[in-house]
Write a protein that binds this ligand. Sequence first.
Ligand code: AMP
Ligand code: ZN
Ligand code: ZN
Length: 303
Amino acid sequence: MKKTCQKCGKEAVIFISHQGRWLCEKHFKTYFFQKLEKTIKHYKLLSKKDKIFLAVSGGKDSMSLWEALFHIGYNPIGYYIKLGLGPHEEDIIETISQFAEERGLTFRIFDFPKTYGKTVPEIAYKKNRRVCSVCGLVKRYHFNYLATKEGFDVVVTGHNLDDEITSIAIDNIRWEIKELGRKDGPLMEEWHDKFAKRAKPFALFTDEEIKLFADTMGIEYYERTCPFHGEHSTRLDLKRVFGEMDRLHPGFKVQYYKNFLKVKHVFEPYLEELPLKECKVCEMPTRIGICAFCRLIDKTKEV
Ligand code: AMP
Ligand code: ZN
Ligand code: ZN
């Protein structure tokens, strides 16, 4: 039987599980923009005056976020960090450039290999570390480094609800109490004058909602996953489990996330973290003398 929109009776395209209702394309878009505005306001993520750094990977989440923020009156600058992961990066840059050009949006690229003379995989092999972990460190560092150096007020990323709950659940299953204490909600709560505010406006949006948004808005995005990203099978299986639980108990995913945010503070004392100071080399925030990024690239002397 065809499902119909609970607002207008037209053919439905999606079931919004936490609200228990079906929506057509038009009412889905209205719902999507309203939910985004509500999330931004509730968690105090952005203000209209902010200079916004949008970390754009070319994937459906960050491209949709750019489109949606622009649509509701924000004008973020898209920033892509080129890491030297392979020739597909040129296709990603092409996809993002075209998207930005068509809409008259500003897009910048930070070229890591050109700046440091080495690619991320080269550094990972040399240091005997996983490419994904080095990649994560390099990206996090540069989001903050570029944003603070270039006077941005806030860094936004495209992390969605499915990403957030799977990483919480993985640490939950392993009882990684410190990792649970370290997790951010939609807004990063740690403050330091060399830390740009960090926000995830899509933290309450499911994979399915964002995919549908991208498709209905006609957004071209880069679909292939990173060649180094051997998705952990635990992660993939957990995504499926969450999907099944949400089908059996509508709203399960968002409840799991919101309940975690309520108890997150319980895990924070286990962090036993040292106070933040400035890296002796690059002056970015760190808890030790020289930050993880400067140690990674062997930049250990004061410059
Ligand atoms: P991931 O860590 O690949 O799941 O990506 C999470 C978010 O980080 C994306 O939605 C983007 O906002 C951002 N991101 C990932 N890779 C890059 C990149 N190379 N350059 C800029 N932003 C990125
Ligand atoms: Zn409708
Ligand atoms: Zn440093």
